[in-house]
Design a protein around this ligand. Sequence first.
Ligand SMILES: N[C@@H](CCC(=O)N[C@@H](CS)C(=O)NCC(=O)O)C(=O)O
Length: 207
Amino acid sequence: MILYTDATTPFGRKCIIAALERDIPLEERFIKLSEPGDFLDINPLNQIPALFIQSGQYYFDSDVILEYLDTLHERSPLIPDLNKFECKTAIHLANGIIESTLLRTMELRRPEGQQSKTYVTHLEARVMRGIKTMEKKREKTIADCLNGEEITTAVALSYVDFRFSTEWRKSAPTLEEWFEKVSRRKSMELTTPTRERSITLSDTIGK
Ligand SMILES: N[C@@H](CCC(=O)N[C@@H](CS)C(=O)NCC(=O)O)C(=O)O
């Protein structure tokens, strides 16, 4: 299976971490969305990530990919049945933080005269409110295998650090401690947004 993605996309990072955590063979292929070529046949939305399984079988949207990966392993599920809706809501919260951070970055890349300060402030406030909610709900313990909620939360915080600010730690000590621990996992270390190479089938986290 091939994951069309790039080094910096947090939505792609969710999927490759999930595959590494469950030891599912998955190879990354970095693409440039500005030169999509045949990728438009895989995802006409021209968004990453997208998962190629075989000719004619492609899945996209990171959450769909997580659910599909759950059909391929027998370890603890990425999306557990117990507390399923709490888990999906927490994933949606982390997705929202990622999306708001992404939109903020895009807005700030527009020519200065065209940027909306109000919009940027609105997005930043949404990120910070989201992180406060994560802080209230965070349990400090980490299981043997990260689940979809933990993966998406860790990826969201890492993306906020990468594109926006590290200041969230001041008001989220539990989350900070948890994030420091999760960030030391090999699946996180292998997939940082500053990495230069894609994950191949020979990359494993040794479980
Ligand atoms: N809901 C999608 C969002 C994917 C997404 O927004 N990907 C970004 C990269 S992080 C992208 O492809 N942006 C290009 C665009 O939207 O034109 C998912 O979870 O996979």
